[in-house]
Design a protein around this ligand. Sequence first.
Ligand SMILES: Nc1ncnc2c1ncn2[C@@H]1O[C@H](COP(=O)(O)OP(=O)(O)O)[C@@H](O)[C@H]1O
Ligand SMILES: O=C(O)C1=C[C@@H](OP(=O)(O)O)[C@@H](O)[C@H](O)C1
Ligand SMILES: [Mg+2]
Length: 174
Amino acid sequence: MSLPIYLIGARGCGKTTVGQALAAALGYDFCDTDYYLQQVSGKTVAEIVAEEGWPGFRSRESASLIAVTAPGKVIATGGGMILAAENRQFMHDNGHVIYLNAPAEILASRLEAYPENAQRPTLTGRPIAEEMAEVLAARDQLYRQAAHHIVDAMQSPEAVVQQIVNALSLARAS
Ligand SMILES: Nc1ncnc2c1ncn2[C@@H]1O[C@H](COP(=O)(O)OP(=O)(O)O)[C@@H](O)[C@H]1O
Ligand SMILES: O=C(O)C1=C[C@@H](OP(=O)(O)O)[C@@H](O)[C@H](O)C1
Ligand SMILES: [Mg+2]
């Protein structure tokens, strides 16, 4: 059985972009928990947060993680999926968890170029560079706790895919 592969990491690390390429490379299905949530609710992330606050979004996000989990799938999570201990445990127990790691400055420059405001309403109310530094400082340990493997997300998407394939082959061989 091919366990699901969960991609975790902060906004802008490339979970959605790399996830699609990884799924194509492995012949797996691709799924993104934010897209799933938007499809079932008919609302963007920003609309859900405006109507229900972040707690409402987080609770829908946790439910979507369970709903999309299946063998043979690459699952791109939202950057805050690891905030709930039960989500970290669920991913760790049910699949391969990969942390796409990059410094806050790189993440901020990607997000400044393509903000996608409907997908990424502000988390702190602060400018993006400050927000990413603060958010990553608060979450880095949680990403590391949840992950089976950590990859360098500063490389090209193709190179990140290759790192993941290598990490999973090594894990299978050991
Ligand atoms: N490895 C990469 N190198 C350069 N740019 C990237 C890389 N991965 C993603 N990006 C860009 O960064 C932005 C955020 O990517 P996305 O996949 O949506 O990240 P996430 O889902 O982790 O928030 C997009 O504009 C995407 O094209
Ligand atoms: O970091 C976060 O808390 C969030 C990241 C977003 O997903 P991406 O990481 O795919 O941008 C999305 O789930 C939501 O805006 C919350
Ligand atoms: Mg994404």
